[in-house]
Ligand binder design. Sequence first.
Ligand code: URA
Length: 289
Amino acid sequence: MNRDPEDAPERAVARAVLSWYLDAGVDEAILAEAVDRTQPRPVARPPAVVTRAANPAPAEAHPRDPISRQPISMEPPAADTPLIEAASAARKLALAARDLDELEEILRGFEGCPLKVTATNTVFADGTPGAPVMFVGEAPGADEDREGKPFVGVSGRLLDQMLASIGFDRAKNAYIANILPWRPPGNRQPTPAEVAVCLPFVQRHIELAAPKILVLIGGTSAKTLLDRREGIMRLRGRWFEWTGPSGGAPIPTISTYHPAFLLRSPAQKANAWKDLVTLKQRYIKLCSD
Ligand code: URA
């Protein structure tokens, strides 16, 4: 009897491993070549007794990981020093941008953030540049990374519904960006250093987009742009004034829950709705002044 190769037990094991990886958020291949983790790793051997060989093999210039065969850096971990330098370069570059197109071009050419290496796309913005309301989320997820636009996955669909409930639409009167333009691998939390490198770009982004109202979506966005230590539970629904590094008129700013959080905690949708109503009331007032 010919067995369907799809039914082979090894396939079932491989499918189970892949599904376990997916559940853990590992959904991107980082190395060019797959690593077979089902094979035993080579056991570290005790150091060999050194004898003087007639023709010693030349030492490998770059030692390699025994499994991935990728070169292993012998440098000690460089802490955050390069990222601190990158943050200072980012500040200068971002301030030099005179409009959104220039900023996008500068960001696409910026190599100072390691997240760019693992990301597929630089996710700059979506919606209507110059719209009266700008929404800033945290970072692209897998869908956004693939499509190169913010909030296009499941969270994005809920965000669109939230906007529609108060008369906003990214195609007409809403502009959307993120704190980070590159997806952290596996959707992990961005490190403070990664946020610090990308911050000057999103600050300049807001300055150049010049919305009447700024809406910070989720804790990372709220804490980063408001420079506050409280979590989103305390920050949401309250008005702050955001002023960019170049000065300029303060922008009324409100935070609310991230749609990804609302999908996990639907009971909090009532509070998010209160925030949206607060936002809409201020917007109506601003437009009538
Ligand atoms: N979550 C975010 O914060 N931003 C996106 O673009 C997508 C999901």
